[in-house]
Design a protein around this ligand. Sequence first.
Ligand code: HEM
Length: 326
Amino acid sequence: MKLWQKADPTQSSVANQFFDPTASVNVSQGNYFITLKLVKGVTFINSMTIGDQTVSPTVYSKEPDGGSGMIAFTQANPDEVLPVDFSLQVPLGPNDALIPMNQWALFDFSWSQATKISNNTPVTPNVTPNNGQVVVTPPSQTSAATTPTSTSSSTPAKPVAVSAKVTPKKAKVPTTTRTYVVLKGSSNSKSMANKYYTRKATIQKVNKHYNVQLKVSYNKSLKLGSKAVRPVTINNRKVKASTVKFGQTSKTYTMTYSFNVASFKTLKHLIKGSIHVTVPYMKISQTFPIRFKFSQKAPAKAHKAAKIIASNQQTTDGRVINAIGQ
Ligand code: HEM
């Protein structure tokens, strides 16, 4: 976990010195019970608003350096980046008098670097809603069942070898591509999303229909987190969350999803869609309508390749007959 300046998310926040960079996270049924350790300055914090939750720190000791303690809050399916508002009282007045101060920053959780500590059946921690605040009793040795620990370094997260390497399956189905542009929902000008979609769809023939896969890719340096863009609808249908794949490369976060069309004719019309975009430091969390305009031209090379693959027919005993070779 690391904090960035809200006004300039490429700059480290002064708040980092107060937090232990490793957060403890207890995951139960999609809820993340997050505990952040404060190594100093806990008595300077009146409250913090993290995402949409206001929390007050628990003080372990008042000395030295403003004391130590912890902050606990819950998030369902949390984003990589969460805005935080600090309501502080700092001893900067005459004779160390406390002066109120409000500061803002961005929490950056490196979920991809989380290490699982225990795999036991999760126990729901004792969460008591209290005037809009959430009080989480610090998990005891016995109740802290599943405790993935999230850590982060000051450099942007490097890809970690957490996922097993999967050998890509050889395409058994004809595959081709089509380029497209992303237009705004209500005018024919390009949407901001056009910058972040790859503008080349992968189209596969599945049984009697075609599956059109779209991909979004944006730089990690934008500090938007791994799930800043979620598809809501495509071609007038809701996108099932389970069909959306979030991924990353060393420099980018990626998101792919797809929709089915009966034939290429459908792609002659504008395809309507909508996406939910979160930009934490601009407090944007909104669903925007967009439209996809597909090129009618098949790329010469890919088209040829698709034809060859298309002519590879699998027989009932699993042999592949290459029509060209026959
Ligand atoms: C660098 C980070 C980004 C910033 C600072 C940003 C900022 C903004 C702002 C200020 C608006 C206008 C909002 C309004 O009128 O209420 C907007 C609109 C929009 N943004 Fe972003 N955005 C960012 C990233 C993205 C990404 C990654 C996507 C999607 C892939 C996206 C898609 C959209 C869409 C679809 C709109 C609606 C207007 C349009 O279609 O052009 N934005 N954004």
